[in-house]
Design a protein. Structure first.
Length: 368
């Protein structure tokens, strides 16, 4: 199978009317819509595969990297030789840095090639990767609200939908405490602050959050590559630490893990090289007895890739991050859903589902 085309599809899906997100987290007007970037790889045999790159405001840059640089490097190559192709393209891209838009774009292409591999074999991707679990636990990953009443309402809704673990994107202890009061002691709460603090600030905040009993505190330290600082917070803060979304290479994941910085490591399939690189990181984590909790703040092929990889390589306590947003539409068109906080691993070949054509048509950026 020869790669005959690599196409990009930038999408912008607004929030449902009346939805609210925090201006403090997303800018003066909050987050009006979610931008995603999908990639379709086509082969000369007619098989198509789908991938997803990290989106939001970085979509135009990543799209340009794919269209102008990555696609020409991949076109004409053997789609079945995924690892050699990814290694060759990484070598060509190294001059631009080992992370960011080029790596995000390559992640999407890698995902799409694995989707094709599963379709060619006629099996779901997790089976191709050697996995056997067909159902996984999820946690609801909420929007940022920065308001006690709004976060209470969101927690109430997620718990009512059957989620027994909920992640907040909040930096105020009072808001987190309101979420705990609403959730009660039986629901696990995770707190993601997106690299908000210095090491000393993170230690002080961890001391305040300790009484709330978070399952983990995620990315508390700026800059994210300060692994020694993160390890210090883990040693002294009294709460478990999670990080890894912003780590791009196997070598840097090794440094993160060897620093003793995390209780939970969070590689992101759409940011760090796709399925090919993810498998290496899962092995590195297993060797160090660190639990993998994939970052999957997506609702398209990036989410599907995380589900299949977790079904194949995750441990019994690995969970799927389920983005609990109230959007006008879903990239998969409702093909994938949770029940009582669980998701069935798609049983169709490859990733199991393609993006919904109607959603692609309606929300493609640049169309009337």
């Amino acid at each position: 199978m020869i790669i005959s085309g690599v196409e990009t599809f930038p999408l912008r899906i607004p929030f449902s009317p009346g939805s609210k997100s925090a201006a403090s987290a997303w800018g003066p007007a909050g987050l009006p819509a979610v931008d995603s970037l999908l990639v379709k790889v086509t082969t000369d045999s007619g098989l198509e595969g789908w991938g997803e790159a990290f989106g939001f405001t970085g979509v135009p840059v990543t799209q340009r990297a794919i269209d102008a640089v990555i696609a020409p490097l991949c076109t004409g190559r053997d789609a079945a030789q995924i690892a050699p192709l990814m290694a060759a393209v990484q070598d060509k891209l190294a001059v631009f840095g080992r992370g960011g838009p080029f790596t995000h774009g390559l992640s999407a292409v890698d995902m799409a090639l694995w989707d094709i591999a599963g379709k060619a074999a006629g099996v779901p991707l997790y089976r191709l990767l050697g996995g056997g679990r067909d159902q996984l636990a999820c946690y609801a990953s909420l929007d940022a609200y920065a308001d006690p009443d709004l976060v209470r309402a969101a927690v109430r809704k997620a718990a009512g939908a059957g989620f027994t673990a909920i992640k907040l994107h909040e930096r105020d202890v009072g808001v987190v405490r309101a979420a705990r009061d609403e959730a009660g002691p039986e629901v696990a709460l995770m707190i993601d602050v997106n690299t908000a603090w210095t090491v000393n600030q993170a230690r002080a905040m961890a001391a305040q959050l300790r009484e709330i009993g978070p399952k983990w505190l995620e990315e508390p330290v700026w800059p994210p590559e300060n692994y020694d600082g993160l390890a210090e917070v883990r040693r002294t803060g009294g709460v478990p630490i999670a990080a890894g979304e912003n780590v791009a290479t196997l070598q840097d994941f090794g440094r993160l893990l060897d620093a003793g910085a995390v209780d939970f490591v969070q590689p992101s399939p759409a940011k760090m090289g796709g399925i090919t690189e993810l498998g290496k990181v899962c092995t590195a984590a297993a060797l160090r007895n660190v639990t993998v909790m994939l970052h999957s703040f997506y609702d398209g092929p990036g989410l599907l890739a995380a589900i299949h990889a977790t079904a194949a390589w995750g441990t019994a306590d690995s969970m799927i991050e389920w983005r609990y947003f109230d959007l006008e539409a879903n990239i998969l068109g409702g093909a994938l859903s949770t029940r009582n906080g669980q998701v069935l691993v798609p049983a169709g070949p490859g990733l199991g589902f393609d993006p919904d054509p109607g959603v692609l048509s309606a929300y493609l950026v640049g169309t009337p």
